[in-house]
Design a protein around this ligand. Structure first.
Ligand code: ATR
Length: 280
């Protein structure tokens, strides 16, 4: 009989991760002889942990804060992980430790599932923020063929650096010019932490977004952010951040356990209930 397969999520701290809830739900649903665990690993022990992943009984792992950059450096990354500058999913391929960043497919998969046709005729997207999450979003939008992406960030130099990295289709704009540019955007994505519980609010005026625009907030605590509430009250299509969290889990599961799981309403309800009960 083949040995029981195991994967884990590695972070420091790791208590808040929803990945065990998601993967163990799929494992149970499909009756697999497998297990997904939490591993609290400090920065000084991370390299040793990864080097001995097989001896520890793992076929792969998710990696979260603060290890994603080290995971990239210690593995063979694909284009996505390289472009994002961080690896969140590792798997063993023969003797090789390979990696990707599933935030890219999580972002796109969530949009496809929640706002089908979001990219039909889309000429211009608006992205707020220029951190790691923004890099995953830019990679996904460019790969999907979006012609022009306006990028606003508090620190202008970080937005300018992303233009250098991703090319001229990414156009940095000043935060102060946001309102005037709204009518151009068919998609608005917030990748900043603004609007997250415990963080300052995101104060932008979306009243001039086109009526067919889609608004996507990557923040998922709270589930309905002030940005999404404002979009909904305007009758715009909204996409929340929890969907991205669920969709980004698909690629790891498929690589480790050999089957592609579905993001369903039942899974969403399970994670939503956990978010509500823990309020973080
Ligand atoms: P992540 O990897 O989740 O994207 P990050 O790299 O720390 O995290 O990026 C956080 C993003 O939120 C950045 O765009 C950051 O803006 P700066 O580049 O100017 O730091 C943005 N952000 C965080 N707090 C902010 C605030 N109070 N006002 C405006 N932007 C903020």
């Amino acid at each position: 009989m083949p040995a029981r397969k195991a994967a884990c999520v590695i972070g420091w701290p790791i208590g808040h991760s929803r990945s065990p809830l998601i993967h163990n739900y799929w494992i149970k649903l499909h009756g697999l002889d497998a297990e997904y665990r939490r591993e609290a690993v400090s920065p000084e022990h991370f390299s040793d942990f990864i080097t001995h992943l097989v001896e520890r009984g793992y076929v792969g792992a998710n990696v979260t804060v603060p290890h994603k950059e080290t995971a990239l450096a210690m593995s063979e990354p694909d284009d996505r992980a390289r472009a994002v500058g961080a690896a969140n999913t590792l798997w063993l391929d023969g003797g090789r430790l390979r990696s990707t960043n599933t935030d890219v497919e999580g972002f796109i998969g969530n949009l496809d599932a929640t706002a089908p046709g979001w990219d039909r005729g889309l000429r211009c997207a608006f992205v707020l923020g220029a951190g790691g999450a923004a890099r995953a979003v830019l990679f996904g939008l460019l790969e999907r063929g979006v012609g022009r992406i306006l990028l606003a960030n508090r620190t202008a130099e970080r937005a300018a650096a992303l233009r250098t990295q991703f090319g001229d289709r990414v156009q940095p704009v000043r935060w102060g010019d946001l309102d005037a540019l709204m009518p151009e955007a068919g998609l608005l994505v917030n990748t900043t932490s603004l609007g997250m519980a415990g963080q300052p609010p995101l104060t932008i005026d979306i009243s001039h977004l086109p009526a067919n625009a889609v608004v996507n907030d990557l923040v998922y605590v709270p589930l309905e952010t002030a940005l999404l509430a404002a979009a909904r009250s305007r009758g715009l299509r909204t996409v929340d951040g929890l969907g991205m969290l669920l969709h980004q889990a698909v690629g790891g599961f498929e690589r480790w356990f050999g089957m592609r799981p579905q993001v369903t309403e039942a899974l969403r309800a399970l994670v939503e209930a956990d978010l509500i009960s823990k309020k973080s």
